[in-house]
Design a protein around this ligand. Structure first.
Ligand SMILES: [Zn+2]
Length: 263
């Protein structure tokens, strides 16, 4: 395994534009439950899953009801303020500070990459700490809106300060398209990159899953390396999308990778 970490650090040092894709695996090491694992949120609570599937339709049909429901149910992820970024998050932030990593595209909504110090983050599935206008896609910090106050005054849903459109959670719900600005920027990043680190995700959820495939099939420019850091082999490993898998916990491997790059 050390050989593979050395190989990845060579790839990182030689790359002109490396990006990372991250998923639930990196956050479960901070104690955030996943959704479909053996003790996942939905495995234990199928009713919550059923409701999650309806959430976007409820928003479209009746945004005030959507907000009443959101404000009266606790976050499924638990109290995120009490959860901290782990060594995997910190290692990716450090790679960015060192100039080796240009952008991070994450499926996680927990804001832990930003809290670890990563600056260039594309929240592919949104971010729990923010709200988003459904019309112009402007993002707002949750606190800016005084949601409880609006609820008490019967003024839900919140409206966009820019365009007056209806505001929802930034989190992307089932059936909701990926926000177009994030989708476009992600594709641009994949087109630019010459190295992709895939950390803690089996990348099977579309359209996120199309990003490594798109890179693998890219034509007309130098071949890019795709390196996986995952606890188990994934479809990316089995289908030969990734060049190699460094198997293990991201919280252990990524700090070793940083050490190796510094050497
Ligand atoms: Zn707006």
């Amino acid at each position: 395994m050390m050989d593979l970490i050395k190989q990845a650090s060579d790839h990182l040092r030689k790359s002109a534009y490396a990006i990372a894709l991250t998923g639930a695996g990196i956050s479960t090491e901070s104690g955030i439950p996943d959704f479909r694992g053996p003790s996942g949120i939905w495995t234990k609570n199928p009713e919550a899953e059923r409701k999650a599937y309806q959430r976007y339709e409820v928003f479209l049909a009746n945004p005030a009801t959507y907000w009443e429901e959101r404000l009266s149910s606790p976050s499924l992820l638990g109290d995120l303020d009490r959860i901290a970024p782990n060594p995997g998050h910190h290692a990716l932030a450090e790679l960015e500070r060192m100039g080796h990593l240009k952008t991070l595209i994450t499926q996680n909504i927990d804001n832990l990459h930003q809290r670890a110090g990563s600056k260039q983050v594309l929240d592919y599935h949104g971010n729990e700490s923010r709200l988003r206008c459904a019309s112009c896609h402007a993002r707002y910090e949750r606190e800016e809106y005084g949601l409880e106050g609006l609820r008490r005054e019967g003024r839900l849903p919140p409206l966009c300060k820019g365009c007056g459109g209806v505001v929802k959670l930034d989190t992307v719900h089932f059936g909701e398209p990926i926000p177009p600005d994030v989708a476009e920027r992600s594709i641009e990043e994949v087109e630019k990159c010459d190295l992709m680190l895939i950390c803690g995700t089996s990348a099977v959820v579309y359209p996120f899953a199309s990003l490594p495939v798109m890179l693998k099939q890219r034509r007309g420019s130098a071949k890019a390396a795709i390196v996986e850091i995952n606890a188990e082999p994934t479809p990316l490993t089995r289908e030969g999308i990734s060049d190699y898998l460094i198997q293990g916990k991201t919280g252990q491997i990524l700090p070793q990778l940083v050490d190796e790059v510094k050497r």
